[in-house]
Structures are given as structure tokens and as C-alpha cells.
Design a protein around this ligand. Structure first.
Ligand code: SAM
Ligand code: SF4
Length: 410
């Protein structure tokens, strides 16, 4: 979740949605994202909406504290129930992200999940994921999370190399994420993801190969691999600006992506979104699939974004302001926008083009369609899906996905 929020119209105090957003809701899946805005320390590259204990001291008081957080989120879930009214949907997926959700005791994460269960009910086959930092879990906490109903855990591994972890300012040691996968399996998790980052200053092709080998060797059923983004305002951006470390370049990122595709596909992982690989369809992250295909999702927590029936809103960013609104019986929503047909068209192209299935050519206007034909001729789109009416990326196309989407939305 980005730490800057867009401008928009105010959210009513009771959080009420226009009738148009709720129309036809029963036929759409419903997902919950629960944000946990706490980290032990801040990694040098990260601009997510997260706070260390030191950063929160003196701002927001007890309301912003970790101790009260699960109950505050439960309050927002009760608000969601009121706003969505007699909506009969059970929740298809829950994703607890951060920040570092596992800085909270498992009982607090269970408390948040129970609130979803009590207010909405979970679908019988619901996917329930939590993100976790490798040094914030142990066999007992993983067993407690599994017991509470979590079905999937996603660990931030990033790299297997000590010097790369040091540039990223990660706190865990090499080898710990791989042991986490084994501990999660022992605790009964069928679905385990490792997040990796490539293109960190000082990382070589061989470092990246070693990272992929270590990740694959640990036996997860899902891997997410992201190119390092140097976000404005982070310590890493400052180091790049001062010339202390070199910013990763596009060619390096492309080479590393190809290395990832080669290693992962050889190990039986198939890509289903540009940055995501899974060992089977069942191993895909269904929560993200719902997000990428425009389902309804309610994001609870500071700075969290929600989308219901074409209305998008976002919460107050600071944990203190967020908790204060809920304590006063008000929606924590800070702004919202009604998506126009054109907004939704562009968003669908942006998200769906990144999927292995691609996006429907019928979403494109004449200029976008002409760009798609050029991309097909250049080998960036696959011929068979194109003939069947879909723009689906080739491997070369995946390397240029961002530029291509810009052309296709024209
Ligand atoms: C918000 S983090 C939460 C997970 C957990 N706190 C952790 O770091 O292990 C989710 C993932 O986003 C990715 N990420 C965060 N900032 C990034 C950046 N600037 N560039 C690339 N990937 C980033 C990392 O792979 C991270 O695991
Ligand atoms: S632990 Fe995760 S969320 Fe926290 S600062 Fe590091 S990358 Fe960001």
C-alpha cells in the first residue's frame, strides 16, 4: 500500500455508499484486506504506510498503539457490516498485510479474522493469508495462526545474500526465510509464498541466481519477485542521490527477470501475473486475483484503500487519526472517488494486461488497438490469444509491460 494518498471528495461520517455501488453486489466476490501499520525497524527501500514504535511515540497516544490495534480494526469491520447492509456475501479471501502483521501476537490477528467471521462469515474454501517477516515468527506462532484459520503465509525473504540484505537494511539473517517455509509446512500451511527483490545495488547475477535457488529449494508453492523500486523519500533514495550506491538500471532489471523466469519455470513454477509465479492454479494468490479482476474489497486499517461497485475510498493515513475516527463512531475514510467508465476501462487494462490470460482487445480504443497490433508484430503479444480477442504478453512483452500498458490505454 503506497504511503501517499490521492485527493478526492469527503467520505460521509457514517461511511455510507451510494446505492449504485451496492447494486448487483451479491454477484461479485467480496475480499478483505487488513493492514497492520507496524514494523520493528524501517527497511531503507520501503515507503509503505508503516511506523516503528519510535515514530509513533508522542503521536496519536494509546489509540495508535499496537496493543489496541486488533480491536480498532474489528470496529472498522463492524462499520463495514453496517455500510454493506444486508449484503448476503460470505468473504472469499482475507489478506493481512503490512507493515509487519506478525509483530502483533497471533491472538490479535485471530481477533481481526474473527471479526470478519462474525460480521460476514467466511466462504467454506476461503483463502486467508498473512504476510510475515522471517524474524517475527516461530513454530509456535505459525501453529497458532494456522489454528486460527489462516491458510496461507507470505514471507519477505528478498535475498539470500548477506550483503544484499544489508543494502536493503533487512533485519533477518540468510537462511532464516528458508527455515520459515519448513516451519510453516510443519504447522500445516499448504500455501507458502516467498517475496523476493532483484536489482538491489551491489547484487550480481550470481547473487540473484543463488537467491532463486535458495527460495526454490525451500519448497514454497508461490514466489513473488519484484524489481527494486527506489521510492522518493526513502533512505535508499538518499543514498542513490548522494552517489553512495548506484540506482539499478532497466537492462539489469530485464536480465534479472529473465533469470527468474528461467529458474522458476525449470522448477515447475508458472507465471500468472508479471511478478508472480505458482506451482499450480490452486497455489495462486486468489486475493490478488480478485484485486486484479475488479472484485469488491474492503481495506481496513490506516491508509487502506477499498473498492466497492466502482467507488474507491481510502482511510486516514496515520494510525492515531484512523483510530480516533473509529473511537468517535465515524468512518475513518479520508476521501473517495466514483470511478468513471473511462477510469474503470484504464484500470482493467493496467491490471489485466499483466495477467497470463491478458486483457480483452474489446477494452481498447482505435489508438490502443493499433498499438496492440504493432506490439503483436514486434513479438510482445502472443498470436493465438490475439486471434481469439485477447492481448496476452510474451516473455519479451513481460519485460516491457509498463511501457506497453501506457500505449494500450490510448
Ligand atoms: C509491504 S511488504 C510487507 C512484508 C513484510 N513486511 C516484509 O517486508 O517482509 C510486501 C513486499 O513488498 C515488496 N517491496 C516493498 N517495497 C519495495 C520496493 N521499494 N521495491 C520493490 N519491492 C518492494 C517486498 O518484497 C515486500 O516483501
Ligand atoms: S519490514 Fe516490510 S513493511 Fe516493514 S519496513 Fe521492511 S519492507 Fe516495509
Amino acid at each position: 500500500m503506497p504511503s501517499t494518498l490521492p485527493a478526492g471528495e469527503p467520505v460521509p461520517e457514517d461511511g455510507a455508499l451510494p446505492a449504485s455501488a451496492l447494486a448487483g453486489a451479491a454477484s461479485r466476490p467480496l475480499a478483505f484486506y487488513l493492514h497492520v501499520p507496524y514494523c520493528a525497524t524501517r527497511c531503507g527501500y520501503c515507503d509503505f504506510n508503516t511506523y516503528t514504535a519510535g515514530e509513533l511515540r508522542g503521536s496519536g497516544g494509546a489509540l495508535a498503539s499496537r496493543e489496541n490495534y486488533a480491536e480498532t480494526v474489528a470496529e472498522e469491520i463492524r462499520l463495514a457490516r453496517k455500510v454493506l447492509g444486508d449484503d448476503p456475501r460470505r468473504v472469499a479471501t482475507v489478506f493481512v498485510g503490512g507493515g509487519t502483521p506478525t509483530l502483533l501476537p497471533p491472538a490479535d490477528l485471530a481477533r481481526m479474522l474473527d471479526a470478519v467471521r462474525q460480521e460476514f462469515g467466511l466462504a467454506p474454501d476461503a483463502e486467508v493469508t498473512t504476510e510475515a517477516n522471517p524474524d517475527s515468527v516461530d513454530p509456535a506462532s505459525l501453529a497458532a495462526l494456522r489454528e486460527a484459520g489462516f491458510t496461507r503465509v507470505s514471507f519477505g525473504m528478498q535475498s539470500a545474500r548477506r550483503h544484499v540484505l544489508a543494502v536493503l537494511e533487512r533485519t533477518h539473517t540468510p537462511g532464516r526465510p528458508e527455515r520459515c517455509v519448513a516451519e510453516a509446512r510443519d504447522a500445516g500451511f499448504a500455501h507458502v509464498n516467498l517475496d523476493l527483490i532483484y536489482g538491489t545495488p551491489g547484487e550480481s547475477d550470481d547473487d540473484w541466481r543463488a537467491t532463486l535457488d535458495a527460495a526454490i529449494g525451500a519448497g514454497p508453492d508461490h514466489v513473488s519477485a519484484y524489481s527494486l523500486i527506489v521510492e522518493e523519500g526513502t533512505r535508499l533514495a538518499g543514498r542513490v542521490r548522494r552517489g553512495e550506491v548506484a540506482a539499478p538500471d532497466d537492462d539489469t532489471h530485464a536480465d534479472r527477470y529473465l533469470i527468474a523466469e528461467e529458474a522458476l519455470s525449470a522448477a515447475g513454477f508458472a507465471w500468472y501475473e508479471v511478478s508472480n509465479w505458482a506451482t499450480s492454479r490452486a497455489a495462486r494468490c486468489r486475493h490478488n486475483e480478485l484485486y486484479w479482476t475488479g472484485a469488491d474489497w474492503w481495506g481496513a486499517g490506516p491508509g487502506a484503500h477499498s473498492h466497492v461497485g466502482g467507488v474507491r475510498w481510502w482511510n486516514a493515513k496515520h494510525p492515531g487519526a484512523y483510530a480516533q475516527a473509529l473511537a468517535g463512531g465515524r468512518s475513518p475514510g479520508a476521501g473517495r472517488e466514483l470511478l468513471s467508465e473511462e477510469d474503470r476501462r484504464v484500470e482493467r487494462i493496467l491490471l489485466e494486461l499483466r495477467l497470463a490470460e491478458g486483457c480483452a482487445l474489446s477494452l481498447l480504443r482505435p489508438a490502443g488497438l493499433a498499438a496492440a497490433r504493432r506490439a503483436l508484430a514486434e513479438g510482445l503479444l502472443r498470436p493465438e490469444p490475439f486471434a481469439a480477442g485477447r492481448a496476452a504478453l510474451t516473455l519479451d512483452g513481460r519485460l516491457l509491460a509498463d511501457a506497453l500498458t501506457r500505449d494500450l490505454v490510448d
